[in-house]
Write a protein that binds this ligand. Structure first.
Ligand code: KG4
Ligand code: ZN
Length: 343
């Protein structure tokens, strides 16, 4: 592997949900390999992620994924400086597979171990392709399990400005997709059919949270879609899947962008990034781009492969931990409900 003196190469592992992933990342921003084994096809059979199946599949795949990450990077073990692994938040059984694997490698190869927060990983995904991006900036993290508006004050220093009170944005996409017969995973399927639909066909509510300036609430929007479907059925009005998908997608993105720009106004930060699975949504990206441009704010987003779960983002976050001296012990455990900013 090409590595200059002083450069830090990290082997990163991610297994918090339904992707088994490993990557080799140099100095936090240079991805030498990024291997992802997705279980999506398997879970589609059940309409969502089945935790027990996810854990078993991680065990089956993890060694192969790590070997492939090392081979693709043409890395020798002697060139690896640390092992990083997601230790939370996520499904406990799934997280444990990655954590146990990372601990075993750390012990056997005598390499430092670094536990990484999954959401911090999503945020750091922005550093990979935007070499000039540095804190401070604001970041909207929108994934299947999380919706956070975060002020990234410095590397490793995060302040949560707003969060969802109920469903995560991605969860709302998944639930609405199921209700209109699109199946799992909902986000990409809603986005695809929305291209054929009218986003103004149904004016769904843009929910606001009264006592939380930057908080989100998506369960009401999901209920509005369900109520609309019921009323169509009762009145014998045909359901136009494409229009409902497009209108729902518009409502979600309007709320996300609205809150994001409110924070931009208040905090006066000149850089805004998005992260997480939903950040690969084209309507959200385009809406954010225009809104940021209007405010003279630089807009950053990872490529779709770095938006959904991957290990390169864990390697990016781990680099800044490594440089700050963070080292986990062999007692590192999975923390399914790990909070952002907690260590
Ligand atoms: O970040 P991620 O891969 O996993 C979590 O950490 O949760 O995010 C997965 C979520 C799912 O809810 C999925 O439906 C959503 O991201 N998603 C999308 C798109 N691609 C994935 N949502 C909207 N549009 C997309 N193109
Ligand atoms: Zn994720």
């Amino acid at each position: 592997m090409m590595k200059e003196q002083g450069e830090i190469a990290i082997l990163a592992i991610e297994s918090s949900c339904d992707e088994t992933a490993a990557a080799v990342v140099v100095n936090g921003r240079e991805v030498r390999s990024n291997i992802i084994s997705s279980q999506i096809a398997l879970h589609t059979l059940y309409g969502g992620v089945v935790p027990e199946i996810a854990s078993r599949k991680h065990i089956e795949k993890i060694n192969q994924v790590i070997t492939e990450a090392m081979e693709t990077a043409e890395a020798d073990w002697s060139e690896i400086d640390a092992i990083a692994v997601t230790y939370g938040p996520g499904l406990v059984g799934a997280l444990l597979v990655g954590v146990a694997e990372a601990k075993a490698i750390s012990y056997a190869r005598k390499l430092p171990l670094i536990g990484v927060h999954h959401i911090e990983g999503h945020i750091c995904a922005n550093y990979i392709e935007n070499k000039e991006l540095e804190p401070p900036f604001l970041c909207l993290v929108v994934s299947g399990g999380h919706t956070h508006l975060v002020k990234v004050e410095d590397y490793r220093s995060y302040k949560i400005l707003g969060r969802t009170r109920d469903d995560a944005a991605g969860e709302a996409f998944d639930k609405v997709a199921r209700a209109i017969g699109l199946g799992y995973p909902g986000g990409p399927k809603i986005e695809k059919v929305s291209h054929e639909g009218n986003p103004h066909a149904v004016e769904f509510p843009r929910p606001k949270v009264a006592d939380g300036e930057y908080d989100f609430s998506f369960s009401g929007l999901k209920s509005a879609v369900l109520n609309y479907l019921n009323s169509c059925q009762m009145k014998n009005i045909p359901i136009v899947q494409t229009d409902i998908a497009a209108s729902f997608q518009k409502a979600v993105t309007d709320v996300l962008i609205g809150n994001a720009m409110h924070a931009v106004d208040t905090y006066g930060v000149k850089k805004f990034a998005i992260a997480g699975g939903v950040a690969s949504n084209g309507t959200l990206r385009e809406g954010m781009r225009i809104a940021c441009e209007e405010k003279g704010v630089e807009f950053y987003h990872p490529s779709p492969v770095y938006c959904t779960d991957n290990a390169a983002m864990i390697g990016a976050a781990a680099y800044y931990e490594y440089m700050a001296g963070t080292r986990s012990g062999l007692d590192l455990n999975a923390v399914p409900n790990l909070k952002l900013g907690e260590r």
